[in-house]
Design a protein around this ligand. Structure first.
Ligand code: HPA
Length: 280
């Protein structure tokens, strides 16, 4: 089966117990930092730093631009847990493994999940370097049969058929808008579509996604958000626009381009996230 193995509550709690023994903070806020955006974690002073490979049952990050460690410490006077690097379905992990960290966060008491990603612009008004507040997502990978909650339901986290009508929290969106204004940063808004990857889209894929209502496209985030909402966590999502999606077939897309754009996007994302966390 595509989605095995399913990780169990015992495996989740083993990771949570290990982390509890290693960290000095009890974070209520967790951040997942996407491709080329991991630098925020480096600015947390005297953090507890735990490489993914030390944590029981925790998948390893295999992608360049993803460091692969947890950084736990104080950011803007709030205890936060930062995933510096994430796990993607295209690396060969099951959806249960991809979303394992979110479940561990929940067991540790995290209530708010902030997700960031690098994404291609489908909306023709967006340019590389833009930031987009994710208002909603298209779970195309889930519609294709690889929903993050596929498999046995873990009743301790949430119901078999969870509501997704407000996947992204309206009050947190408002904090992000205010933070952007305060910092003089233009914040785009739109719908993110989550695909499996790892190949980038064909021009026909992209025209289809545009017709379907997507503004940005990427290979992550949707599984984590689905599992976070299943267990009642509040979610804020930001896409860093790394490239123009190639609707006409004239300009190739590369991972180097995605990582390079991170350097432009990173200072903006950092300012917004710091302001938002301060206001939480
Ligand atoms: N497509 C899919 N995923 C991406 C892209 C893209 O153009 N850019 C960054 N992640």
């Amino acid at each position: 089966m595509i989605n095995e193995p399913y990780l169990t509550l015992e495996q989740i709690d083993a990771a949570a117990a290990f982390l509890r023994s290693r960290i000095r903070f009890t974070p209520k806020i967790a951040l997942v930092l996407g491709s080329g955006l991991g630098g925020l974690a480096d600015s947390i002073p005297e953090a507890d730093i735990i490489p993914f490979e030390e944590i029981p049952n925790w998948p390893r990050s295999t992608v360049e631009g993803h460091v692969g460690r947890l950084v736990i410490g104080m950011l803007e006077n709030q205890p936060v847990m930062v995933m510096q690097g994430r796990i993607h379905f295209y690396e060969g992990y099951s959806m249960s493994q991809v979303t394992f960290p979110v479940r561990v966060m929940k067991r540790l008491g995290v209530e708010i999940l902030v997700v960031t990603n690098a994404a291609g612009a489908i909306n023709p008004a967006f340019v590389p370097g833009d930031l987009m507040l994710i208002l909603d997502h298209l779970n195309l990978i889930g519609m294709g049969g690889m929903n993050a909650l596929y498999g046995p339901n873990l009743d301790e986290f949430g119901p078999r058929f969870p509501d997704m009508s407000q996947a992204y929290d309206r009050a947190l969106n408002e904090l992000a808008r205010r933070a952007a204004t305060e910092n003089g940063i233009t914040l785009r808004e739109g719908v993110y579509v989550g695909l499996s990857g790892p190949s980038f889209e064909t021009p026909a894929d992209l025209r289809f996604l545009r017709l379907a209502g997507a503004d940005s496209v990427g290979m992550s985030t949707v599984p984590e958000v689905t599992v976070a909402r299943h267990s009642g966590m509040r979610v804020l999502g930001l896409s860093g626009i790394s490239n123009k999606a190639n609707l006409d077939g004239d300009t190739p897309t590369s991972h180097e381009e995605v990582l390079g754009a991170g350097q432009v996007i990173f200072p903006k994302i950092e300012k917004i996230l710091r302001s938002v966390i301060r206001a939480m």
